[in-house]
Design a protein around this ligand. Structure first.
Ligand code: GUN
Length: 302
């Protein structure tokens, strides 16, 4: 039987509706408007597209939001000053510095300069530590892992006691999602295995997974025979493998492939996310959720 397709587009739309109401209520009852700044250094096309999507969503939800474009050759010291300016701006509750940064800038230094209470990406070492401790310590959840967890929960998969296999050990997805899935609580309490480029038998580990989360950045790495029948498969891969003409706009658009061979895998899995339209739309939505959380914490709203 074909798998249930988990639509991140639909789930994200639901959560955005919930957030829109919450933002309107915050404005009306408390006079608080969540504020988000996205800082983009240079003009990397993928980064421009991500940041544009983040700004568009923030506007739709009624945020105070601004895009701060900086030249590719901005000195590191100037970027640090800019971050500090937003750290001190009471109208701004979330600061996002789009990655990757140019080579002459130390990414770790910039991420560590963001006030942890405004770090809506959850990349600051303090927030990574809070996430590791878990429970109420973690005030923000990193956006892509939070989106993944929400998709699993809303698709009705039981995570408690489940075998979760994470393919990939990046700081943005693999490590944090593994950490989140092993915590006690909603959408977690799982037995977690992380596999990576040093793993000897990738296939054998994947075959054991009740929930398989793939964030390797390798197009169609996971073959259908690696999937346990009925498993929940979350494909985080967004690999640009070429370009095509859009029938709607007549413009060239990227051809995207996931890390999982969707067409073949959906005949075996119990549920699966598509690419695009799976995890992607959830990432921006969780960023908005973190910004709302940050604004509430700053204003003392429960
Ligand atoms: N580049 C790719 N993904 C992300 C993300 O989630 N946050 C930031 N800041 N940069 C990114």
């Amino acid at each position: 039987m074909a798998a249930k397709v988990i639509s991140g587009t639909e789930v994200a739309a639901q959560i955005r509706e919930e957030l829109k109401k919450e933002v309107a209520e915050m404005k009306e009852k408390h006079g608080v408007v969540p504020g988000l700044v996205t800082i983009l250094v240079g003009k990397n096309p993928a980064s421009v597209s991500y940041v544009t999507g983040k700004q568009k969503t923030a506007h739709e939800l009624g945020f105070y939001s601004m895009q701060d474009d900086q030249p590719e050759d901005i000195p590191e010291a100037d970027l640090l000053k800019l971050v500090d300016k937003y750290n001190k701006d009471p109208k701004i509750h979330g600061i996002l510095v789009q990655l990757p940064l140019p080579k002459h800038i130390n990414e770790k230094k910039v991420l560590s300069a963001i006030d942890p209470d405004k770090d809506v990406d959850c990349f600051h070492p303090v927030n990574v530590g809070r996430l590791m401790i878990g429970g109420s310590e973690a005030r923000f959840l990193p956006c892509t892992p939070a989106g993944i967890q929400e998709l699993i929960v809303r698709s009705g998969f039981e995570t408690s006691g489940a075998e979760v296999v994470v393919v990939g050990r990046s700081n943005i997805v693999g490590k944090p999602i593994a950490n989140m899935m092993l915590q006690k609580g909603r959408g977690a309490n799982a037995t977690v295995t992380v596999v990576h480029t040093g793993t000897k038998n990738l296939e054998a580990h994947c075959r054991r997974a009740d929930i398989l989360i793939v964030a390797a950045g390798v197009p169609h790495l996971v073959k259908p025979e690696w999937i346990k029948p009925g498993a929940c498969v979350i494909d985080v891969g967004v690999n640009r493998v070429g370009e095509k003409m859009s029938e709607k706009t007549g413009r060239m658009v990227p051809i995207l492939k996931g890390d999982v061979d969707f067409d073949a895998a959906k005949e075996i899995a119990g549920a699966i996310t598509p690419v695009p339209g799976g995890v992607g739309p959830m990432t921006i939505t969780m960023l908005m959720k973190n910004t709302v959380t940050s604004a509430k914490l700053a204003a003392g709203i429960r």
